[in-house]
Each structure stands twice: as C-alpha cells, then as structure tokens.
Design a protein around this ligand. Structure first.
Ligand code: PNS
Length: 168
C-alpha cells in the first residue's frame, strides 16, 4: 500500500496572511497530511513570538482536518525527515521570489535528495501580499482588510496600537 503523502509548508508566518492561507487550503487538497511549520531560529526580529504565530495559525486552519501546525529549528530537511514528510511546499508570488526559492530548493535537494520541493503559484489576488508589507501598511494606518484573516487583524491591533491614522 502506498504510504500517505506528507508535506511540510515551512515559513516565518509573522503573521499568516491570506496568501499563506490560500496555499494551505490548496495544499491540503494535494496531500494526505500538510504540516505548516514555523521556523524558530530566525535571524529576523519577529513581531510575534513563535507561540503567538502557531496559535494564530491553529485558529485559521481548524477547518482543514488534515492540516497541522508545528515549529522547527535547525535544518528544514531534518525536520521533514523527523516528521516523515517527503515534500516541501512553497509558494511563488512573482519572478522575484524565484531566485531565492531555487537556491533553497537546490540546497535542500543536495542535503536530502529524497525530499522534493513543490512550488505552487500564489493566487493572483494575493500575489502582492507579504507579512512585511501587511505590518508596514497596518502600522501606518492603512486598511489591511482582506489581506489577513480577521483574527490576525485583531492581534495586529493589540500589538501595534499606536497607529498613525491617515490624514484626511
Ligand atoms: O517565510 P520565509 O521566511 O520565506 O521562510 C524561509 C524558510 C523558513 C523556509 C527558510 O528560512 C528555512 O527553511 N530555514 C531553515 C534553515 C535551513 O534549512 N536552511 C538551509 C536550506 S536553504
């Protein structure tokens, strides 16, 4: 019997956007199990702790029974092996994503040839969204409705309360 297909969707998710969520939804249809894993040892200074990010993810993936949330430190391929995953899922928004994604995919293949990276094109409606831009726009008083799940918008309001309102 064929073993169940297990994929890891890794990232920073600081915070999750609707672009990530779209990929999770579509990925959940392709694999028996999809594990969304938050990187722990990131050199970037995050807005939300790993615990907050995994909590936000759990809230929004509850509707997908074959999706689970995890976190990892160290090499992604080691995490994939530990979780019996054979696929790394990544989204590509624009050609600018391609170069870095190609480097990561080739490095991961060199480190662990049995693990395949699969790319999905971002939904065009979300192809301009990034966690970084969402935080910037929100902190400057811009409207981010529809770019992140409502629960994430609420968390952003708690975390970044002193927003500069746009001048009318
Ligand atoms: O959401 P991001 O920040 O684009 O995700 C990047 C991530 C987490 C996929 C990447 O930084 C990663 O896999 N880090 C783990 C360290 C690792 O395995 N490095 C070697 C492979 S390139």
């Amino acid at each position: 019997m064929k073993p169940p297909s297990v994929a890891i969707y890794p990232g920073s998710f600081d915070p999750i956007t609707n672009g990530h969520l779209d990929l999770i939804q579509r990925g959940s249809r392709l694999f028996d199990r999809l594990i969304v894993s938050v990187l722990r040892n990131d050199s970037k200074e995050p807005l939300f702790s790993v615990e907050e990010r995994t909590e936000m993810l759990r809230e929004v993936v509850r509707v997908y029974p074959n999706v689970e949330i995890d976190s990892f430190h160290g090499l992604l391929v080691d995490h994939a092996v530990a979780r019996s995953a054979t696929v790394l899922l990544r989204g590509i928004r624009a050609i600018s994503d391609y170069e870095f994604e190609l480097q990561m995919a080739l490095m991961n293949r060199r480190l662990s040839p049995g693990i395949e990276t699969i790319f999905m094109m971002a939904n065009e409606a979300y192809s301009f969204i990034s966690s970084r831009l969402v935080k910037e726009v929100f902190s400057l008083g811009g409207d981010i409705a529809g770019l992140v799940p409502p629960s994430v918008e609420a968390r952003l309001s708690q975390r970044l309360p002193h927003i500069q309102k746009k001048e009318k």
